[in-house]
Design a protein around this ligand. Structure first.
Ligand code: NDP
Ligand code: ZN
Length: 363
């Protein structure tokens, strides 16, 4: 049992190589062990490319025969972009498969395990399940809810202000914290902000870290199409931009943005409702959404019960001012029994700033 846990931890570590680059697929790691030695390792690295088991079994070659395979997610049993991994494991002649967690995808869900067992392979399920579920929380949420996993992010001072009373917000946190934000952006399918944030900060919302990566989609909530035509998100063509509006906008006005390559998406209602936005994004295969403000947008997402995780960067500064905005504005919750409760998952220093990652408790 101790050895099993050791190898499954290794498989989880290998799986982490794919974090942020496998969407819309899960991250998966596999380890092949024969005669007490690791003979194969593999991770799923990109949608459409080989699954973790394929890399691991190929590496093991002939040594896969009679081996034990540790895999962080139930092997697939259906024909997707690649043939089923279950068939590969059977052909390779493995003796035993240890699986951390089952695949909630209805195309797989237990079928992979059944097929392995019918082929006479010993299968154990559930080792380090919690860690494996946590690793794929975005994918599992998307499969179940059909809407993106939502992470709300903000930077604030130690007294909880996201800007000064006069609206200055660049920069509250350090360069190191901002680099960390770029890393998180790169892991999401889309970034969303409210029109006031565009008007106040004219953000680029792109990934600016060392190596060149694909920028996530940029989404602006802007009921009446007030986003300036010369805003970075409209003109720079660094990433795709969608502006979500209410139903009342004029098409002549919309055309000016579309000519610049921006997609204008009017909602059916006069006002933009968060649940409608999430449904739309889910249909467009957006599995993860990084909400970067401002405070009214954060409030709308929280009150819609749409937030899964919060990432806060807290700078050792005091801004003060009764009128200075805080991370969640709008109406907020009026009763303590209604407030959002969180579990702190991660607490670390990023340069001089504190980074807190917290998961919203399910009600
Ligand atoms: P937001 O950026 O949250 O934008 C709010 C506006 O978005 C609304 O007034 C509304 O305008 C539009 N909107 C459309 N649909 C919705 C919806 N469903 N829910 C909420 N808003 C919607 O504005 P804030 O003024 O709250 O925040 C902006 C300030 O926050 C700026 O000063 C900025 O510098 C700061 N900021 C700080 C950050 C930090 O981390 N420190 C990050 C981001 C911003 P309309 O009716 O016209 O559509
Ligand atoms: Zn597979």
């Amino acid at each position: 049992m101790y050895r099993d846990e050791h190898y499954m931890r290794l498989a989880l570590d290998v799986a982490k190589a794919g974090i942020g680059q496998t969407s819309p697929n899960p991250v998966v790691g596999a380890v092949v062990v024969n005669g007490g030695a690791v003979v194969g390792l593999g991770a799923h690295l990109k949608a459409g490319e080989p699954h973790a088991e394929v890399h691991a079994i190929r590496m093991a070659g002939e040594k896969a025969r009679g081996a034990t395979v540790y895999v962080t997610l139930e092997p697939c049993s259906h024909y997707g972009k690649t043939p089923p991994c279950v068939d590969l494991l059977i052909q390779a002649g493995v003796r035993r498969v240890v699986i951390a967690t089952t695949d909630p995808n209805p195309l797989v869900a237990g079928k992979g395990i059944d097929k392995l067992r019918r082929a006479g392979i010993e299968v154990d399920v559930g080792l380090l399940k919690e860690e494996a579920d946590e690793l794929n929380r975005v994918f599992f949420h998307y499969i179940a809810a059909k809407t993106p996993f939502v992470t709300l992010k903000y930077a604030c001072s130690l007294d909880g202000k996201i800007a000064t009373a006069t609206g200055e917000s660049k920069w509250i946190t350090s360069e190191a914290a901002r680099q960390d934000v770029h890393r998180l952006r790169a892991q999401h399918d889309a970034i969303l902000v409210g029109v006031n944030t565009v008007l106040a900060d004219n953000p680029k919302l792109t990934v600016r870290i060392g190596e060149q990566r694909k920028n996530p989609l940029r989404i602006i909530l802007d009921t009446n199409l007030h986003t300036p035509l010369d805003a970075h998100v409209v003109t720079d063509r660094e990433a795709e931009t969608w502006i979500i509006t209410g139903s009342g906008i004029s098409w002549e006005k919309a055309e000016a943005y579309e000519r610049l390559g921006v997609r204008i998406i009017p909602m059916a209602a006069a006002h933009i409702h968060v649940c409608d936005v999430l449904r739309l994004l889910g249909e467009q295969r957006i599995t993860s959404l990084f909400v970067e403000g401002g405070s009214r947008v954060h409030d709308s997402f929280l009150r819609a019960g749409a937030v899964n995780e919060v990432v806060a960067y807290i700078a050792p500064k005091l801004i003060g001012g009764r009128e200075a905005p805080t991370p969640v504005g709008g109406l907020g919750f009026s009763r303590l029994e209604e407030v959002m409760e969180l579990d702190i998952r991660q607490l670390e220093m990023v340069g001089p700033d504190i980074k807190v990652v917290a998961a919203v408790k399910k009600r």
